[in-house]
Design a binder for this molecule. Structure first.
Ligand code: PHE
Length: 445
């Protein structure tokens, strides 16, 4: 049975899954919309109070079940319908993977175009707004190049997944996560030393509580679940590879803290950079932040290619360690449910993905007219998965581990069958039984 080799590998792979474009890109935009530090406070409360227990719930199911997301529930509670929770998470994983691969392709594209100069070639003097909007139009929105990069990105995923759990996932995470942290700190230092950086920091860290609405809470919840990779079978699948003596509580607190640190570092990078260059509020939102605002900033720095390449490398690594975890959920599922070899499972899952993601990448340009209930295919996938499916699966997981799982599952897993002292177990079980399900339902309603 495949296993992660070291404790460091366990953390690197799990943090790798958590820290993705949701954490490094979506978080600053959400924070801006949700009143800066006010959003950060709610998000922090969610990740610790709900995120840690929920993560432990999934890790416990995964390590006790040691199977794919469906098989783990079946192994623990045979002849019940709880495997449906696993099935739902497999479905969301599949949906999220379709558009996440496209996003990963964008990062790869901008990384390569930064190096070979395509992104900054022929840049006019003065105002660059139109120039980079044009580039975004060409690279992200309408171009067939997007499609090629999405497929390239999927091929990289295939290569890593074919190499297996230790030589592929663990080794890649061990290399990429430290690099990612070094780059984050580097960019943070650069950004904070820009003129007027203080203004951006103040903008980020002064809470504006007037922007907090029920809507904000729901998006903070969605953001917390998504950024910790909860409700997608990732933690169930990865925990199946955790060694029996891994300390689950410590692991989940470490993973949550590191993810939060990355989110805060990203805030400290983006906000000062944006205010220092005198760009306005809407420079922060959505796609334009990464593909217009930041290139504009890089263009005015000496060594712009290098900075730009390093930044998109950071985003690329964040995306890749996350898509690998999504891929692994599906690969493990195909391996266990349909009794396929690992190699066959990788191709069965990621082969069709090349086509699905390609179609999704066209949903901005050529296929923009295709609407699903009034939304583009891309937005629709993002929305149903985040705002409906993830909270529902998280709710199902709480009910299961809180009330219906075999007796003692949580306590045994948290204490490694009484080998560890677990002072927090009672509080964690209490949250999973009462607080978390009620909070999720209240927020959804
Ligand atoms: N946590 C990742 C992010 O922040 C997204 C993700 C979700 C990755 C689920 C894997 C599984 O981008």
């Amino acid at each position: 049975m495949a296993q992660f080799k070291s404790k460091a590998g366990v953390i690197a792979a799990t943090v790798g899954s958590a820290v993705g474009v949701g954490t490094v890109w979506r978080f600053p935009a959400e924070a801006q919309a949700g009143g800066g530090a006010a959003f950060l406070l709610i998000y922090t409360a969610f990740v610790f109070i709900l995120g840690v227990p929920l993560m432990l719930g999934e890790l416990a199911v995964g390590r006790a079940g040691r199977s794919d997301a469906i098989g783990a529930f079946r192994a623990l509670s045979p002849r019940t319908g709880w495997w449906g929770v696993g099935l739902a998470s497999i479905i969301v994983t599949f949906l999220i993977m379709i558009f996440y691969m496209v996003v990963g392709g964008w990062m790869l594209e901008y990384f390569i175009e930064s190096i070979d100069g395509g992104l900054y070639g022929g840049i006019p003097e003065g105002n660059h707004d139109n120039f980079f909007n044009g580039r975004m139009e060409e690279y992200v929105i309408s171009g067939y190049s997007t499609l090629i990069y999405a497929v390239l990105f999927i091929l990289i995923n295939i290569i890593v997944l074919l190499r297996g759990v230790q030589k592929g996932i663990e080794r890649m995470s061990n290399i990429m996560m430290p690099m990612l942290f070094v780059l984050l700190v580097l960019f943070c230092v650069v950004s904070l030393s820009l003129p007027n950086a203080g203004e951006g920091v103040a903008y980020f860290l002064n809470p504006d509580f007037s922007k907090i609405t029920a809507e904000t809470c729901l998006s903070a919840l969605g953001q917390a679940l998504f950024s910790l990779s909860l409700g997608m079978g990732v933690l169930i699948t990865y925990a199946g590879y955790y060694p029996a003596d891994a300390h689950l509580t410590r692991t989940s607190v470490t993973v949550v803290s590191m993810t939060l640190v990355v989110a805060i570092l990203m805030g400290l990078i983006i906000f000062p950079a944006v205010t220092s260059f005198g760009l306005t509020d809407h420079s922060l939102g959505g796609t334009a932040l990464i593909f217009v605002t930041l290139p504009e900033i890089f263009a005015s720095m000496p060594g712009c290619h290098v900075w730009s390449a390093l930044f998109f490398l950071l985003l690329f690594m964040a995306a890749l360690t996350s898509t690998i975890s999504l891929g692994e959920v599906m690969v493990r599922f195909v391996q266990d449910r349909f009794h396929k070899s690992r190699n066959a499972a990788v191709w069965i899952v990621l082969g069709p993905m090349c086509i699905l993601s390609a179609v999704c990448s066209l949903s901005f340009g050529e296929l923009e007219w295709v609407k699903v209930f009034g939304h583009s295919m891309f937005d629709y996938l993002d929305m149903i998965s985040n705002e409906y499916m993830l909270p529902l699966i998280a709710f199902g997981t709480c009910l299961y581990v809180g009330w219906f799982a075999p007796k003692g599952l949580m306590r045994n897993q948290l204490s490694n069958n009484n080998a560890l002292r677990t002072p927090a177990a009672t509080a964690i079980i209490f949250i999973l039984r009462y607080l978390a399900p009620l909070a999720i339902i209240a927020i959804m309603i």
